[in-house]
Design a protein around this ligand. Structure first.
Ligand code: GLU
Length: 307
């Protein structure tokens, strides 16, 4: 039986884009009678907003999405992330890195060494420099992060929505931050495996992360879930939904008197699941749900249509 998950980051309120991705993830699992877990990815300390966890749950429920069991907080799984990081150390896949963000930026000033979404490519300064984390910290007086050594930077895989992928990994990447917390790449892989998740449906802004996650799964001997990356929702101008598009949070629409069925119907029409807009619940979309109806290109949201 399929096990999927909703994995919101409580870094703000749910907006139309998250809502559409979660609706599709919910439909994909529920249409096959699978189990859907809710994991709140609250590990990114500074970006986590107070109250966002409760708000996220409330927004999902308002929209008519449910999940099985209790929500799992990623911060409650820190010990497991640490154990996985230790395994990576023991198996020689990672090395300690004491570089600051600024040093990395300065070292990688050439434009082609910069990755737009992920910051500059790590130039490999600490690769092979220290025998252990203890040595790195003692010698430099700094705390060390752990970086995964990428020897083979091309990873092929099949995305069940996007098709065959040949992903490039741009440089050694951090798996454990200097504050001791797992980086997203490690936490997500460890938690998906521990929770038995075998279907990951998420927005395609995470498609470039997938090759790193595959390397980590291989290094840790974990099974690989099936991946489906659906297009991100963009504003009417074709750009990624952001502040300039005004408030696209579910909370805002709710305050403006939009009801959940109208919002769901709007997302369904945007996603090719219904020929035209009209109120419906997620449950009403289950019958005959077919992910291949979702258009391949980025879906444009016009929030005026909702108000
Ligand atoms: N928590 C991540 C986000 O909200 C999603 C992680 C994932 O689906 O792998 O962007």
């Amino acid at each position: 039986m399929t096990v999927g998950r909703l994995a919101p980051s409580p870094t703000g309120v749910l907006h139309l884009g998250n809502a559409r991705t979660f609706l599709l993830a919910w439909l994909s699992v529920r249409a096959r009678g699978g189990t859907l877990l809710l994991r709140v990815e609250d590990i990114d300390g500074p970006r986590v907003k107070a109250g966002a966890f409760e708000q996220t749950l409330e927004d999902l429920q308002w929209l008519g999405l449910d999940w099985d069991g209790e929500p799992v907080l990623q911060t409650a799984r820190r010990e497991h992330h640490r154990a996985a990081a230790q395994q990576l150390i023991d198996r020689g896949f990672v090395y300690p890195c004491v570089c600051t963000r600024r040093e990395i930026e300065e070292a990688a000033s050439a434009p082609h060494e910069r990755d737009v979404a992920d910051g500059p490519v790590y130039p490999g300064t600490c690769r092979g420099r220290f025998a252990s984390r203890e040595e790195a910290e003692a010698k430099t007086g700094r705390t060390a992060a752990l970086r995964f050594r990428v020897d083979d930077d091309e990873v092929s895989f099949t995305d069940e929505f996007c098709g065959a992928q040949r992903g490039k990994i741009r440089g050694d990447f951090v798996v454990q931050k200097r504050d001791g917390n797992a980086a997203y790449q490690l936490a997500v892989v460890v938690d998906d495996a521990a929770q038995g998740v075998d279907e990951v449906l998420r927005a395609d802004d995470l498609l470039p992360s997938t090759p790193r996650q595959l390397l980590l799964q291989r290094a840790l001997g974990l099974t690989r879930p099936r991946y489906l990356h659906v297009p991100l929702l963009v504003g009417a101008d074709g750009l990624r939904l952001a502040k300039r598009h005004g408030d696209t949070s579910l909370r805002y629409f709710r305050q403006q008197g939009v009801n959940a069925a109208d919002l769901c119907g709007y997302l369904a029409a945007l996603s090719g699941l219904r020929p035209r807009r009209g109120p419906c619940s997620p449950r009403e979309l289950l019958d005959g749900f077919d992910l291949s109806q979702v258009p391949r290109g980025a879906a444009r949201a016009d929030d005026h249509a909702l108000l």
